[in-house]
Write a protein that binds this ligand. Structure first.
Ligand SMILES: Nc1ncnc2c1ncn2[C@@H]1O[C@H](COP(=O)(O)OP(=O)(O)OP(=O)(O)O)[C@@H](O)[C@H]1O
Ligand SMILES: [Mg+2]
Length: 258
């Protein structure tokens, strides 16, 4: 099971949109894919037209209140089908924030989430994608630690470089001080609009800083906004659209990285 975290401490950069659409692209390629929504806003569920639920919080708090180890049977109570073949969701809601506070109070270590993954691994998933909240803190760090690959989702329509460098600094600390086994897959530019100066400046900036680790950008597209508002993936909304091609190509690219 390949684990990929999508992150940026800035809000509204396209993290959830990217997770949902990469997830559906992988699922359509026949890969059994689980999206885990670590954001208390619960937008991953909303974007898939499902209910937000306390599942992530229950999962995170399980070892604190139980002695029986997590198993696929226990995970099955919380993992939802999405009415899409091969695509599954562990939904979250505002209780995820409470779970995070409890983990902080209990001083849970950085490997806490990684240690919760073997039960999910045994369920035969090919991919686990973490959607993360727009903040820094325990859950992002724990999810990054559990990940094989990290994707930084960077919006090009405003100066979002701070969000990128904050997360990169965190990954460096994981790498050098704690011997993280994962790696930065790359930076994903979103809200790309070649007509605007900000886009061109931001692209140049990212390419200088990350060279070949900058993915092909995702264009700003009304269709993407409409799809998530309607609870559809871009492949359901319009599989022939440029956005669908872009997310399909990103999923393909990520599937080839080791
Ligand atoms: N490429 C795009 N073009 C146009 N609209 C987009 C694009 N990507 C995302 N959006 C829209 O922008 C809004 C924010 O996107 P999204 O929810 O994916 O960001 P996020 O980083 O997950 O936000 P948050 O930090 O609040 O979790 C949503 O309404 C979404 O539909
Ligand atoms: Mg989001």
């Amino acid at each position: 099971m390949k684990v990929i975290v999508f992150a940026n401490q800035k809000g509204g950069t396209g993290k959830t949109t990217s997770v949902i659409n990469v997830g559906d692209a992988l699922a359509r390629e026949g890969k059994k894919t689980l999206i885990v929504d670590l954001d208390p806003q619960g937008h991953a569920a909303v974007s898939l037209n499902l209910d937000t639920e306390t599942c992530v919080a229950n999962w995170l708090m399980y070892p604190i209140f139980n002695t029986i180890p997590l198993s696929p049977e226990i995970m099955n109570q919380w993992i939802r089908t999405t009415r899409r073949e091969n695509l599954y969701l562990l939904p979250g809601n505002q209780m995820t924030a409470k779970a995070q506070r409890l983990l902080t109070i209990e001083e849970k270590p950085i490997n806490y989430i990684k240690d919760l993954l073997p039960a999910i691994r045994r369920m035969g998933f090919d991919y686990l994608l973490f959607d993360t909240p727009p903040s820094t803190g325990g859950l992002q760090e724990m999810a990054s630690w559990a990940a094989d690959l990290a994707v930084i989702v960077s919006s090009l329509d405003y100066l979002s470089a701070d969000g990128v460098s904050g997360f990169v600094e965190m990954l460096k600390v994981l790498h050098t001080q704690k011997r993280w086994s994962g790696r930065l897959a790359g930076v994903l530019p979103t809200f790309y609009d070649e007509q605007t100066r900000t886009t061109r400046e931001q692209m140049t900036h990212l390419q200088k800083a990350f060279a070949d680790q900058v993915f092909h950008p995702i264009h700003r597209a009304t269709l993407l906004r409409e799809a998530s508002a309607e609870g559809q993936t871009i492949f359901e909304k319009d599989a022939k659209s440029r956005s669908a091609m872009e997310y399909g190509a990103l999923a393909m690219h990520l599937s080839k990285l080791t």
